[in-house]
Design a protein around this ligand. Structure first.
Ligand SMILES: O=C(O)CC[C@@H](O)C(=O)O
Ligand SMILES: [Zn+2]
Length: 563
């Protein structure tokens, strides 16, 4: 079992206690497989095995597509909720002739046609069950050439297309708004190759993130991005949205780790920049434009990424503090004391854990008491003794300084995963009551939590928060302190215009005043397309529009989103 309430107070006896416990604890050591450099053949075998396993492989992460907390009726059509957004008549309505063309080169398993409105629900609806398109055509090509043929035809015939990865996005960017063709990357799921000396990994866009990471783990490497939806999201999808995730603090943004992309342009041209070079200063770095472009100027079909060596020793601690100022102080201490072994620094407020508790099954809350704020710190490296020692020194300091008031440390892999669950499950649990308004924002660290406070105050004043029939359950805050990224989630009993009006543009104005960003890592999608001006100047917005026009003059790719 976890040692709970380890740091009951910051006095010496307890410090001794933690030191004793630390020295006898078996720190979790994850993936301590040895890197075997002599395995070109072994690699091929693993790639084959991994590719074969795909489709029925077990995933342990959150599987967003299942929406298992959502027992409510399907959401209303986006078109009905936002009647001022009209279907653009420049787009042709799909007909039999179009279907016949697709059937001429796609196998039956690559085409799904819906005769009823709900047959393609899991592709028409987003993860939050907030947006719902009305597409009746789903294409799932198995190779890049087919993606190219589809796009060329759609371009020539003005058919609108929405590219879709694992459909785990949180801003309604990967589902149709009206009848756009859904172009799913599900069948584009092969690991292409891996160089065990450089760590360069190449794969199709539709490889599930967790499968990619498992493959890399076999080789002693790690995917430089991790997030709660890893069991469903696609490598191409995380690149298209420039997802940040839980370890950006350690491995940086995808703008740094992606080395090359293969992209199918709106007119069907295939642009391959899978050069996989660490350094290449010949002209503009074109791939960067597609990272975070959310499928609006091209469809990412292949990704080349630099994987770091997988740490062999991991520690996770879950600590309690009394206010957000202290969260920041502990962060500074963590950077100083843990330096290169610090791999994640996440914070959760009390309400975020309250809302998660009922859905955690047998996983008991890590601490005996409740506190205003919790911090999850992960350290990882290649030398267990060194890591343990550093963590001891850090804990000693934060206790001596009376910053941390309680805490636990995972002592094996199971405990480590359980501690992470208290952080990773918040996103999904926040919608269990019926729905959730999600805001993913960058703010200066000192102001990070003030948005949650201000939102709570506003919703309470408006009389919207409380027991049913009040619409709002609570506004919670959590996120990636290390990246200055707050997740404000407003959990509701059902989606409600009055709540939405109280939140928007209030939240965006708040962010703009503090010089933050209205989208730190989830993207713009449908949800934020009218709010981009809170983060970007008119000149910047014009440049984005110009780029879109240049690459997609007919505007067929992912319309009604982004800009
Ligand atoms: O659901 C959210 O708002 C956050 C999701 C994800 O970015 C996370 O950090 O857990
Ligand atoms: Zn996040």
């Amino acid at each position: 079992m976890l040692r709970s309430s380890l740091l009951k107070s910051a006095n010496k006896p307890n410090l001794l206690l933690i030191q004793q416990q630390l020295s006898k604890s078996r720190f979790y050591s994850l993936f301590n497989r040895h890197t075997d450099l002599a395995f070109p053949n072994k690699n091929d075998a693993i790639i084959r095995a991994q590719n074969q396993a795909h489709g029925n492989s077990k995933t342990v992460g959150r599987i967003r597509n299942q929406n298992h907390y959502s027992t409510k009726a399907p959401p209303r059509f986006t078109a009905d909720i936002y009647p001022n957004i009209k279907r653009d008549s420049i787009y042709k309505k799909i007909d039999e002739k179009d279907i016949d063309y697709f059937k001429s080169f796609l196998s039956p398993s690559e085409i799904s046609l819906a005769t009823t409105e709900d047959a393609l629900d899991s592709f028409n609806e987003d993860f939050m069950k907030k947006y719902r398109g009305q597409s009746k055509v789903l294409l799932k090509p198995k190779n890049v050439e087919s993606v190219s043929k589809i796009m060329k035809y759609c371009y020539d015939n003005e058919l609108a297309v929405v590219p879709q990865g694992g459909n785990t996005g949180l801003v309604g960017g990967s589902v149709p708004v009206f009848d756009e063709i859904i172009l799913s990357m599900n069948n584009l799921n092969k690991i292409r190759d891996f160089d065990a000396v450089s760590g360069i990994f190449n794969c199709d866009a539709g490889v599930i993130l967790e499968n990619a990471d498992n493959f890399l783990a076999e080789n002693g490497y790690i995917f430089p991005l991790d997030l709660g939806a890893k069991g469903s999201c696609h490598v191409g999808g995380v690149v298209a949205t420039n997802a940040g995730g839980l370890r950006l603090l350690r491995y940086g943004s995808l703008h740094g780790s992606v080395l090359g992309l293969e992209v199918v342009m709106p007119n069907g041209d295939i642009v391959s920049s899978m050069h996989s070079l660490r350094k290449d200063n010949t002209g503009y770095d074109l791939k960067q434009m597609f990272i975070g472009s959310e499928g609006t100027i091209g469809i990412i079909t292949g990704v080349s990424i630099l994987a770091p060596i997988r740490p062999t020793s991991f520690n996770v601690s879950y600590l309690a503090v009394n206010d957000f100022e202290t969260v920041q102080k502990v962060f500074v201490r963590a950077k100083k004391e843990l330096s290169e072994i610090l791999s994640a620094f996440e914070f959760m407020d009390c309400k975020s854990q309250e809302i998660t508790k009922p859905h955690m099954g047998g996983i008991g809350f890590p601490l005996e008491n409740e506190y205003p704020f919790y911090i999850l710190i992960e350290t990882s490296g290649s030398n267990k003794e060194h890591n343990d020692e550093k963590l001891e020194t850090f804990l000693e300091k934060v206790m001596e300084e009376e910053l941390v008031v309680d805490g636990v440390i995972a002592q094996d892999e199971t405990e480590l995963k359980k501690l992470w669950q208290w952080r990773e499950m918040i996103s999904e649990c926040s919608q269990a009551g019926g729905g959730v308004y999600k805001y993913d924002v960058s703010l200066p660290l000192k102001d990070l939590y003030s948005l949650v406070e201000a939102t709570n105050e506003r919703l309470t004043k408006a009389g919207l928060v409380g027991d049913a029939p009040k619409p709002v359950i609570s506004a919670i805050g959590y996120g990636h302190v290390g990246d200055g990224n707050l997740h404000l989630n407003v959990a509701v009993r059902e989606y409600n215009k009055e709540v939405e009006k109280a939140l928007e543009p209030f939240v965006y104005q708040f962010i703009s005043e503090k010089k933050g960003s209205v989208s730190a890592e989830h993207g713009v999608g449908f949800q934020k397309k009218n709010y981009i001006q809170y983060s970007k100047s008119p000149r910047e917005i014009q440049m984005i529009k110009d780029l879109k026009k240049h690459f997609d003059p007919k505007g067929i790719l992912n319309p009604y989103k982004y800009i």
